[in-house]
Design a protein around this ligand. Structure first.
Ligand SMILES: C[S@@+](CC[C@H](N)C(=O)[O-])C[C@H]1O[C@@H](n2cnc3c(N)ncnc32)[C@H](O)[C@@H]1O
Length: 236
């Protein structure tokens, strides 16, 4: 996979993504809420497809004060931004494609983490590849550990009505009209060369739930917001 798309938007990402994806802020907020009510503060975190460290930063107030995170992303610029944001709390950084065996072997270490995050990082890969990644994430949790997956999910179209797509398009249009989405960011996204575009492959919630259950996790889906879902997996 090519990561140029994410390399070039790194500076804009933290302010622009909440404007593009209606479920993004609610899901990161819910991740924090969920970590907060779970017994025990996570100390050892994995953030898969970390971007600029946004999901880790969201849950950090509910984690152990000395907690550390392993940041993983195919975009070097994103990993660098995440490491800058999280400072001394970064245990390790891995720049690589988590669907490649070498990267997967380096990060999916049996029983290494008590909290694994995958936040909006799986929608460019096939459902078969998602199942492999979810299996690796589940393996790498300690007993009692938790996996939080925030992800784009396939939307139904009741009677052919593309409701979710229309709502999302309207939200983006309004942010563009109001000047909230910067011209520079929009120009970067819309001028992306064809070879650097990434496929958009949202999966069905039931498939993601099933992949997590198949990987040995007890699963719940407490939140769905206009085409984005948060799934919680617990390892016994
Ligand atoms: C939409 S951003 C999400 C960033 C962050 N997790 C968040 O919640 O804001 C997707 C990130 O996943 C990374 N990514 C997607 N597929 C990947 C893969 N196969 N291997 C490594 N990184 C990947 C991208 O480079 C990008 O930084």
């Amino acid at each position: 996979m090519r990561f140029a798309r994410y390399d070039r938007i790194v500076e804009h990402y933290p302010t622009m993504w909440p404007l593009l994806v209606p479920g993004y802020v609610p899901i990161l907020t819910a991740m924090h809420d969920i970590v907060k009510v779970r017994a025990g503060k996570p100390e050892r975190l994995l953030d898969l497809g970390c971007g600029p460290g946004s999901a880790t930063a969201a849950v950090a107030p509910a984690c152990h004060a000395d907690g550390t995170v392993t940041l993983v992303d195919g975009s070097k610029a994103m990993v660098t931004a995440g490491a800058r944001l999280l400072g001394d709390h970064v245990a390790d950084t891995v720049v690589g494609d988590f669907t490649d065996d070498a990267t997967a072997d380096a990060i999916f270490i049996g029983g290494a983490y008590d909290l694994a995050l995958s936040s909006f990082a799986l929608h460019h890969i096939t459902d078969a590849a998602k199942r492999g990644v979810v299996g690796g994430l589940a393996r790498s949790l300690r007993p009692g550990g938790m996996l939080l997956v925030g992800e784009e999910v396939a939307s139904d179209r009741p009677a052919g009505w593309d409701m979710v797509e229309r709502v999302r398009a309207r939200v983006i249009h309004e942010h563009l009209e109001a000047g909230h989405i910067s011209r520079e960011f929009w120009e970067l996204e819309t001028s992306l060369p064809a070879e650097d575009r990434l496929p958009f492959l949202p999966c069905r919630i039931d498939d993601l739930t099933s992949a997590m259950a198949h990987a040995g996790l007890a699963v719940s889906c407490p939140l769905v917001v206009f085409g984005s879902a948060l799934l919680v997996g617990l390892k016994s």
